[in-house]
Design a binder for this molecule. Structure first.
Ligand code: SAH
Length: 356
């Protein structure tokens, strides 16, 4: 073994011990393409995760409530300017039916995700959240509906929402401007995350890996931002191009880089809830299993009605768009078990969380 490999493995041990590292070390490990070092990193990360969460993998039922969006992010397939896309919006009854089916299947967290659809007023959303919490009081409701005012976030929280996912997308302002039109604000996005924390949500931030214009330094900046924010959840997944966006010409994110990031995030944030994303499963047939083996501990099977699955197209070739919710969950469960982990159906709150 050459000295560089030994050095890198030593760094991995140090990160595991200190839950931190300097920028240079993080950059080297994020970009590391050596399979022996990478596998070592994943194994150490998997061990670290076992200390907090054992072999448990939490499931979240993802309900994609609408693909209308007022924003125009250059990477996203449901951006406002994509005129090719047929738009849909689920009714209250349809969403509640998804929850009902999901509950029967054992889901105890529902994630309501969508574009920034102005149709859903605060009143409608609060009504929806409290209907779900009344019907399924043992379930957590997670929202992933984009940027809102402090007061709106607070209203949803009071209506019973427990968690909020809002990826910061990038912690570098220049890079942010390459991914978003001028109408969107880097400061506002970050402010939203601080607001959500202040209100008391379990907050999820995160970013794409390999988004156009991103370099390894930016990923270290993402880590530094996350260290300040201290979120309960961190969602990362590869950038995947969508043919009807300005970014259709850019390549996919790199699998090894995604797995390296997952493993490093596990070592830096041992307590965190870290999903192995659908995007990772789209990038590689065993992507989600590999993510779990690199330290991820959450999967989010799709509970949306099959009739709309294909329309929630953030990127091309998204997997699981034809399966019923039950099939989707079963196949994921088998995949997780095949690599020695087990799917559990508890609420799966972040380590150390006390129920409100
Ligand atoms: N409107 C919500 C939900 C956005 S979709 C919000 O603003 O949070 C959820 C996530 O999908 C985004 O945060 C983004 O990081 C990711 N995403 C969007 N387009 C993508 C693409 N082309 N490839 C990979 N991930 C993408």
């Amino acid at each position: 073994m050459n000295i560089d490999k030994k050095q890198m493995m030593h760094w991995v041990q140090q990160i595991e011990k200190n839950s931190n590292a300097n920028d240079h070390i993080l950059e080297e490990l994020i970009a590391c393409k050596d399979q022996e070092v990478a596998l070592y990193l994943y194994n150490i990360a998997a061990e670290a995760r076992k200390k907090y969460y054992g072999r448990d993998v939490y499931v979240r039922g993802l309900i994609e409530i609408s693909n209308y969006c007022k924003n125009d992010c250059y990477y996203c397939g449901i951006r406002r300017s994509n005129k090719q896309l047929k738009r849909y919006r689920l009714t209250l009854e349809e969403i509640l039916k998804c929850c009902k089916d999901g509950y029967t299947l054992g889901f105890r967290t529902f994630v309501l995700q969508g574009g920034e659809d102005t149709f859903y007023s605060d009143e409608i959303l609060c009504g929806l959240i409290s209907s779900i919490k009344t019907a399924y009081s043992d379930c957590a409701v997670t929202l992933s509906l984009g940027e809102k005012s402090f007061d709106s976030y607070q209203a949803y929280f009071r209506a019973g929402a427990d968690r909020y996912l809002l990826r910061h997308e990038t912690a570098n302002e220049e890079h942010y401007k390459k991914l978003h039109p001028d109408s969107m604000s880097f400061k506002k996005r970050k402010q939203c995350l601080w607001d959500l924390k202040k209100i008391g949500y379990q907050v999820g931030a995160g970013c794409m890996i390999g988004s156009p214009g991103q370099n390894t330094k930016n990923l270290v900046e993402d880590i530094r931002f996350l260290q300040k924010l201290k979120p309960s959840m961190i969602g990362v997944g590869p950038f995947l191009p969508h043919e009807d966006t300005p970014f259709h010409i850019y390549p996919k994110g790199d699998l090894t880089e995604c797995l390296n990031m997952i493993a490093l995030l596990r070592l830096l944030f041992p307590y965190v809830l870290l999903p192995s994303t659908t995007a990772l499963g789209t990038l590689h047939p065993q992507g989600r299993e590999l993510g779990i083996q690199a330290g991820a501990n959450v999967v989010m099977p799709n509970l949306s009605p099959t009739s709309v699955r294909k329309l929630y197209a953030l990127y091309d070739d998204k997997i699981c768009t034809g399966e019923e919710a039950a099939e989707c969950k079963d196949s994921l469960e088998k995949r997780i078990e095949s690599v020695g982990y087990r799917v559990v159906t508890s609420r799966g709150d972040v380590y150390g969380f006390h129920k409100k």
